[in-house]
Design a protein around this ligand. Structure first.
Ligand code: F6R
Length: 244
């Protein structure tokens, strides 16, 4: 695991966006896994600006979304599909056939997880996966209790996660389920980058750094990955002490 301690949130965001831009410069046909959430919003804004300043070409890139809510329309303004269209697809002028979304329409038939795994495999796997972290240590929507070998599947959201995301929904509308890549699916990615910003993530980051392979904090499973980078802003790093 590589830990990068940024001097500001802006620097942390810029580190992550630059890593993605560098990847696309060296490997224009890279397959990128995308997370959503508040943490990633400035990363995508920075990537859009880097794309312009460095004349990045995205035509050969393929994107996979990490997760999606189940039980709301995919075109709901707070769906992850709407999120990524707004933050990345439209500003970068990406085509609809350059991105795959978790197939929530196949959930009822019980085929959604298997189908998504198949698409990822057919694309040659994910070269670079972006991740945020929940206040409870979740990655994707792999809540505490998720197994290290879990694959894409329908998951129940914890009350904590629903609470953290409820401002995006009208009362009583907050989804209770999601379709999420599993821990095993995420660990198959060749390079993983987790960005944590803000004080609300400080406890999860402290726990992550002090525990290994602990289902209570699914992010701990990432530490055994050979190409895992953890990027922290000062607030997210405020409860850890690193001995140099
Ligand atoms: C998003 C996702 C989640 C978020 C996490 C942090 O696709 O899978 O794991 O990364 O809940 O969300 P924010 O950034 O809103 O605090």
């Amino acid at each position: 695991m590589r830990i990068l301690l940024a001097k500001s949130t802006h620097e942390a965001v810029s580190i992550v966006a630059t890593m993605v831009a560098d990847k696309l410069m060296s490997h224009p046909n890279a397959v990128i896994g995308l997370a959503t959430g508040r943490t990633m919003e400035p990363v995508y804004a920075e990537l859009v600006s880097l794309a312009k300043s460095r004349n990045l070409q995205f035509q050969k890139t393929f994107l996979f979304m990490l997760d999606e809510y189940v039980g709301i329309d995919q075109n709901h303004p707070s769906s992850f599909k709407s999120y990524i269209q707004h933050h990345l697809m439209v500003p970068l002028n990406l085509k609809v056939d350059q991105i795959a979304f978790p197939p929530i329409h196949l959930v009822e038939a019980g085929e959604a997880g298997e189908q998504y795994e198949k698409w990822i495999k057919e694309a040659g796997g994910i070269d670079l996966q972006l991740l945020g972290i929940g206040v409870n240590g979740h990655i994707g929507f792999n809540e505490p209790g998720s197994a290290i070998d879990s694959r894409t599947r329908v998951v129940e959201l914890t009350e904590e996660t629903r609470e953290a995301n409820k401002s995006h929904f009208h009362d009583g509308e907050t989804p209770t389920k999601a379709l999420s890549m599993g821990i095993g699916s995420i660990l198959d990615g060749k390079q993983l980058i987790l960005l944590a910003t803000g004080k609300s993530k400080a406890d999860a980051i402290k726990y992550l750094l002090n525990h290994h392979d602990d289902e209570f904090c699914p992010a701990t499973f990432l530490k055994s990955h050979p190409h895992f980078t953890l990027v922290l802003d000062p607030d997210a790093a405020s409860k850890i002490s690193l001995k140099i």
